[in-house]
Ligand binder design. Sequence first.
Ligand code: HSE
Length: 386
Amino acid sequence: MKTALLGYGVVGSGTHALLDLRPEHGITAERVLVRRDIASVRAIATRDFSEILSDPSIETVVEVMGGEEPAFSYVKAALLAKKNVVTANKLMLSLHYAELISLARENGVHLAFSAAVGGGIPWLMNLLRVARVDTVESLGGIMNGTTNFILTAMQQGGADFAETLAEAQRLGYAEADPTADIDGLDVRAKLALSSDAAFSRMADASAIPTLGIRHITAADVALFKQLGLTCRLIGKAERTEAGVAAYVEPMLFSANAPEAGVNGTGNIISYRCAGLGAQSFFGLGAGQKPTASAVVQDLIDISRGATAFDLARCEGAFTPDASLAAHAYYLRANSLLPAAQIETALGETPAGPACITKPMPVSTMHAFVRERLAAGENVFAAGLTE
Ligand code: HSE
């Protein structure tokens, strides 16, 4: 099967290397769309996507450029030209999912995106398979390697957030613009994609309340350590009788929870099903080789005529409702909640007093934090797991 790579960054070059390493699958990268001259692929490079689109020998396009545009336009054009598409682009997919799934179906081609959630962890394919025979009651976990690296380093080294983020950037984990990672938007897109695999309907990502880790301080982390707790950024969706609750927020785990033991750029994502019970998948959720591995697995499946994504039902969209989930929170803010909502005062930190709240709807705490942040206050909240 002849393919074209759109992008030749970390994942694109890793995919090319893995295809070359495994010639027995008969999958080759014939063309590469680049934005700059790259000597190693000069012979097959182009800056003109139409050369790839109009080449009938290219059966499958691998979109590894990231961002919404021009990735979305290229993927759409490729599907309309009856080319299969493999993509790792969670942001673009979460914004245009239903349209792209329909286009793939109408044109009789495959759209596969194992690498979009969990990097090399076989998460979406197993979620799609289990949802064929079981009812998924909840799903979620650590879905972002960059923030997990930062939270682990803060816990282990005691440094402050800005210093740790700079270290993550120096090591090449965090992007120059780390907003999507540290504000939870990357997790939100991954949670929305997972919701279609689990519930056969796509969650409206913009309706998933999302708190990131931008405002965590070394003093917050020191308090967590005193309480025997570990902070992790979590995406979670739960089926309730009244609908699906979904949210992204930092959460605190006791030492015996699996999430507390997943360090560095690791991810752990779990589902709980009515019949099968709970299963967890953990490993490297980001990085060149893990992500390229997932991309190449999709290519091999396509070359053999089937992918896990052919199971996706995409029966419409839904608006998740975070008021359907409730738990207690750690809250550190200058304007604390009314006394009736506070369970335990934890005393002063350099950035304001901290407390543990009584259980409250997730939507209530997210609205409170958003309002205080908008007012210019430095606030950090983290959910407490039972
Ligand atoms: N920026 C993402 C992460 C890459 O850190 O997990 C993988 O989706």
